[in-house]
Design a protein around this ligand. Structure first.
Ligand code: HEM
Ligand code: HEM
Length: 215
């Protein structure tokens, strides 16, 4: 017998898709800013691809900033699964879950604890992903407003120079690209091994469990 449990609220699902889509735009346009692949003869004569790419990057950047704030709100005021401490490895049950999930992913065991929210391994990586987002925002805003005393103060304190901020901004783009591929691989692997409706849960909010097995 299966039972249906609500894992994710509407705001969380909106956050997820706005976050994922903004990152796709940021990566494509960020790549262009780093390595403008269009013909330089076109640039500035009858079309302005760099200006357009930068414009899209900044619009997606502000969407990204907005959704990071939504996630911060949900960390503290979301439902049980959305809260920071539900999956952060800060208590004995989550630390145990972190190691048992690693063992499960390495095929050392077939047993794993069914959870309505994230397991502690996924949760820790998701938290790190948001923290990386703060650095993208700080470096991005300093690159965007180099003359603002406020962003200069933060920028110099954290990154040292504009060139270093730009380098960190570029390297962290690779974090998101690698994260996205591993994220999709692990989601599909989980959905095949343990069909609890993991992928559909980020559209519908619901997951399915054998009766009385969830924490
Ligand atoms: C996941 C988030 C983001 C990714 C993957 C990303 C990616 C990139 C990349 C790859 C570059 C080119 C860097 C280089 O030339 O080496 C870039 C430049 C830039 N990004 Fe981002 N970015 C992100 C978020 C943001 C945010 C939130 C802002 C702030 C609104 C922002 C503002 C900028 C600015 C101002 C530049 C420099 C543009 C220029 O020099 O013409 N980025 N970004
Ligand atoms: C077809 C594409 C995607 C699907 C079906 C999908 C699905 C999911 C699902 C089911 C979860 C919850 C998993 C769990 O409980 O551990 C999740 C979480 C997450 N996804 Fe995706 N995802 C997709 C693309 C992306 C992309 C492109 C990104 C960003 C690069 C992303 C970032 C995240 C993050 C950060 C979380 C954790 C949210 C949090 O709790 O803070 N996803 N995704």
């Amino acid at each position: 017998m299966y039972e249906k449990k609500l894992a994710w609220g509407v705001l969380f699902r909106l956050f997820h898709w706005a976050f994922a889509i903004s990152i796709v735009f940021l990566v494509v346009t960020g790549f262009y800013i780093h390595f403008p692949w269009s013909n330089s003869v076109i640039e500035g004569s009858y079309s302005f691809p760099m200006a357009e790419m930068r414009y899209i990057h900044f619009v997606a950047g502000f969407v990204f900033i907005g959704v990071i704030f939504i996630r911060l709100y949900l960390w503290f005021l979301g439902n049980r699964q959305e809260k920071l401490w539900d999956c952060a490895p800060i208590n004995s049950s989550n630390i145990k879950n972190l190691f048992s999930t690693i063992a499960y992913y390495l095929y050392f065991t077939d047993r794993h604890e069914p959870r309505i929210g994230h397991n502690a391994l996924a949760g820790s990586i998701y938290i790190f992903t948001i923290v990386v987002g703060f650095f993208q925002i700080l470096s991005g805003l300093w690159l965007l407003y180099p003359e603002s005393a406020f962003w200069q103060g933060w920028g110099i304190a954290i990154f040292g120079s504009q060139a270093q901020a730009r380098f960190v901004h570029f390297i962290f783009m690779w974090y998101y690209i690698i994260f996205a591929f591993i994220h999709l691989y692990i989601l599909i692997w989980n959905d095949i091994k343990d069909p609890e409706g993991l992928i559909s849960s980020v559209f519908t909010g619901w997951k399915f469990f054998h009766k009385d097995t969830t924490r």
